[in-house]
Design a protein around this ligand. Structure first.
Ligand code: ATP
Length: 402
């Protein structure tokens, strides 16, 4: 077995087909031939995704005494993205094959590193060996127009991350909750990135959902909290079913850091295509609050009663995609076994994530069992996601086909 396919890590195609067959995830717009790596969550997938979000919310907000939630809008003033640096810096380096015209993110072709390194490492097209163009920067924010007139002045962006909604509400949250440092603001919601390349099922898509938390701390204590959140987030994945040996922390080299970060660690997962980012934990310093304070003219700082000082808090941010979490939990839950000569596939999901908690399966539809089993089902439904099925005979209940 190679390093990238350890035992029980299922091939992506096997998982994609199980997800389709069982109603977890369907290709979007399928009756029109699909659309640009977009995916729709089916009946079981919707439950699983909600449960993943709930498990995160519970661990990050409900179970803690230092956290509050937020639900900010997707469309925001374009000034938000000017101030945060996204309009100028939220770019990917794009290279194109001059022969087959396939496009790549330069990052895909090199093994991390700076833009210059990525460009020189790019070399030849991995598909056809053709010459690649020079890398050019491509802003991955989706543009749209607000209102009836499609003109420059009405351009708005679909948010590429949920974090900025938190920074621009810092003052609102602070004055309404009277929090003391350290404290965090957590948010879940859709983000959009016009990715150059998508793929690997729900790993990289242009529309996806994020779970982000900005943890505001006293300057000088951010290293400590950075270590804390790296460990805490790693533990969360293990708690809900990811295998520890499929997870690792990878600290960024200085030249890899985003414009807002002085330190970033990825929690990487061993996907069927190899190790890749599952979650990023970044030290964002006071960068975002300072930029928004400068651009808006508002004072976005914290008054420390003990020292009598005003200062701008530093921030540690764990940011993860819901869809990548769903993928990880599905991959590590996937099992196959042989029972009496037949192979079957099943998912060993953590009970908190499992879409259906209780199934009511009467062994026959006789006069006595039928009403009783329906009563049992009525009693259970308010408390659990349930399934009822009286259509199958006793023989089929023991059918072992996958
Ligand atoms: P990548 O290097 O994979 O493009 P990133 O470093 O740009 O990701 P962040 O900006 O740190 O990603 O976003 C935080 C998290 O959001 C990622 O760790 C990932 O789980 C998720 N995410 C980011 N982009 C996508 C995407 N296009 N599709 C699905 N999930 C995504």
């Amino acid at each position: 077995m190679s390093e990238t396919t350890p035992e029980s890590t299922v091939e992506m195609e096997t998982l994609v087909s199980l997800c389709k067959r069982r109603g977890f995830i369907f290709p979007s717009s399928e009756i029109y031939g699909g659309f640009e790596s977009t995916w729709d969550y089916g009946p079981l997938g919707t439950e699983l995704k909600q449960n993943v979000k709930r498990a995160w919310w519970k661990a990050m907000v409900q179970e803690r005494d230092d956290m509050v939630g937020l639900d900010s809008s997707i469309l925001m003033s374009p000034r938000v993205w000017e101030a945060s640096g996204h309009t100028s810096h939220f770019t990917d380096a794009l290279v194109e094959c001059q022969n087959c015209k396939r496009r790549f993110r330069a990052e895909e072709l090199s093994d991390h590193g700076s833009d210059e390194e990525q460009q020189s490492a790019a070399g030849a097209c991995p598909d056809c060996g053709g010459r690649l163009t020079e890398a050019r920067q491509f802003n991955t924010m989706f543009k749209t127009f607000v209102g009836a007139v499609e003109e420059e002045a009405s351009i708005a962006y679909l948010r590429p991350e949920t974090a900025q909604g938190i920074f621009v509400n810092f003052e609102n949250v602070l004055t309404t909750t009277r929090r003391k440092l350290p404290f965090g603001i957590a948010q879940q919601g859709k983000s959009f990135r016009n990715e150059i390349t998508t793929g690997n099922f729900i790993f990289r898509t242009r529309e996806f959902e994020q779970m982000e938390m900005e943890y505001f701390v006293k300057p000088g204590t951010d290293d400590e909290w950075y270590d804390y959140w790296r460990q805490e987030r790693l533990n969360w994945f293990v708690r809900f079913g990811a295998r520890r040996e499929h997870l690792r922390l990878r600290e960024y080299a200085p030249e890899e850091l985003a414009h807002y970060s002085v330190g970033t660690t990825d929690i990487e997962f061993l996907f069927p295509m190899g190790w890749d980012e599952l979650e990023g934990i970044a030290k964002r310093t006071d960068y975002d609050l300072k930029r928004h304070a400068e651009a808006s003219g508002r004072r976005l700082d914290f008054f420390d009663e003990e020292s009598g000082e005003h200062f701008v808090p530093y921030v540690v941010e764990p940011a993860v995609g819901v869809d990548r979490c769903v993928l990880v939990f599905l991959l590590d839950a996937y099992h196959e076994e042989e029972v009496r000569g037949e192979r079957r596939a099943f998912l060993r999901l953590h009970p908190a994530l499992a879409p259906i908690k209780v199934a009511v399966l009467p062994l026959s539809r006789n006069e006595k069992l039928a009403p009783t089993s329906r009563q049992v089902w009525d009693l259970l439904r308010p408390h659990f996601m349930t399934q009822f099925d009286d259509a199958q005979s006793i023989g089929r209940r023991y059918d072992l086909r996958p």
